[in-house]
Design a protein around this ligand. Structure first.
Ligand code: SF4
Ligand code: SF4
Length: 394
């Protein structure tokens, strides 16, 4: 408490391999360490920094980080100490994802430039405005993974980004920009691998099992920035949009900024706004407190009015219309899985490959009975993982 901290300085250490450190996103004084609301709805420990209005907000440890003659393990350590997690929304620690298991190899590095959800323009802006950082990130990661080639998959509704990226690929970089059909969920890892490489990740397996590693453009560009001038993950690009916000914008926001302040910066909510989501309309999570912080995984803030929001929709029984089966990109049976989830029959759900569900929300979106299928699948998968972890530790 009362400590002076600087922008980019570590304020909380990683406590294990699955963890990353946290850095101050502004220079100022630590005014409190206390429980605060988290976007998940829980109260968690938070370090509160009062921003110093007289600070120039220079980086704590500014300057390029050498990478050319360093070992892959060393680069991986630097990525962990930079606090990097997947910025596409999942927030999985990047150094864990990049740790290739014994006996496996990465032939292709796939950079995901497909927006993870409708409404969002976060990845689009990153590809236009952080192109050189993106290419530096690709160069470093490609070398670290020892991969043959990098493919950058971009949906064709972002032609300006495709052209800019294509015309500026460094001549010595083994990288190709692949235009992809604009459809949801094109940005899901397994969908992207099939679309770019025509490879299918078998049920229950990971991209590494088909020699592929996938990462979001924001994460790769952020890693490029860290090696270029020493900036750890302390800010991110966020789309603030939807009919419920007065002045939609895509902004670069310091992590930890209050949602309320972001909304105010965008002119505030409209009078008929009824719901604010973190993320997009398909997979986003509703926020019930506007004092939650912008997190590393906050790709968008979507403000909806009553006609789009799902909060007041009544649930009806399944009418077996099969719309959810037609919509499921993983070829699952959401109708049957939904009934099993409702009665807690998780073992039966495993037999029907629930773990292949990418939680895209397409089934819930098309369901005329308003059944919250994806929410049930998310919690069922959580229960299954807990059971599996308990069984493994016995
Ligand atoms: S959320 Fe629904 S549509 Fe999407 S993969 Fe899972 S079951 Fe299929
Ligand atoms: S879309 Fe809804 S109503 Fe139709 S089969 Fe699927 S769960 Fe049942």
């Amino acid at each position: 408490m009362g400590d002076k901290v600087y922008r980019g300085q570590i304020i909380a250490e990683a406590d294990g391999f699955m963890s990353v450190p946290l850095h101050a996103s502004v220079s100022g004084n630590v005014s409190a360490i206390e429980k605060r609301h988290h976007p998940s709805g829980n109260l968690v420990d938070a370090i509160i920094i009062s921003c110093d209005p007289n600070s120039a907000q220079a980086l704590y440890d500014e300057g390029p980080v050498p990478w050319q003659d360093r070992s892959p393990a060393d680069i991986l350590n630097t990525i962990q100490s930079g606090g990097f997690v997947g910025l596409g929304g999942a927030a999985f620690p990047t150094h864990v994802k990049f740790s290739v298991p014994e006996g496996k190899n990465v032939r292709f590095f796939l950079v995901n430039g497909c927006e993870c959800e409708p409404y969002l323009t976060t990845d689009h802006r990153i590809m236009l405005e952080y192109r050189d950082s993106l290419y530096l990130g690709i160069r470093i990661i490609q070398g670290m993974l020892g991969s043959e080639k990098t493919y950058l998959g971009v949906e064709t509704n972002k032609w300006d980004a495709i052209e800019s990226l294509r015309h500026n690929i460094p001549a010595d970089l083994r990288c190709e920009v692949i235009p992809l059909q604009t459809k949801y969920p094109q940005g899901a890892e397994k969908m992207l691998i099939t679309a770019v490489l025509e490879r299918e990740v078998p049920s229950g397996r990971l991209p590494i099992d088909v020699q592929v590693m996938v990462n979001n453009v924001g994460t790769v560009a952020g890693i490029g920035d860290m090696f270029a001038y020493g900036q750890p993950l302390i800010e991110r690009v966020v789309t603030v949009t939807g009919p419920g916000i007065k002045n939609p914008a895509t902004l670069l926001i310091p992590l930890g900024t209050k949602l309320r302040d972001v909304l105010t910066h965008c002119g505030g909510l409209t009078d008929d706004a009824t719901q604010v989501l973190y993320g997009g309309p398909m997979m986003g999570s509703p926020q019930y407190n506007l004092d939650v912080p912008i997190m590393k995984g906050t790709s968008g803030v979507l403000c909806l009015t009553e006609s789009q929001a799902s909060i007041s929709r009544r649930e009806y029984p399944c009418i077996r219309c099969s719309a959810c089966l037609d919509a499921c990109p993983a070829f699952l049976n959401p109708s049957q899985l939904g009934q099993l989830a409702r009665s807690g029959r998780y073992e039966d759900m495993l037999d029907l490959h629930i773990m292949d569900c990418m939680e895209c929300g397409s089934c819930s979106y098309v369901c005329p009975s308003n059944i919250p299928l994806v929410q049930r699948f998310r919690s069922a998968k959580g229960m299954i993982r807990i059971k599996q972890a308990k069984a493994a530790s016995q």
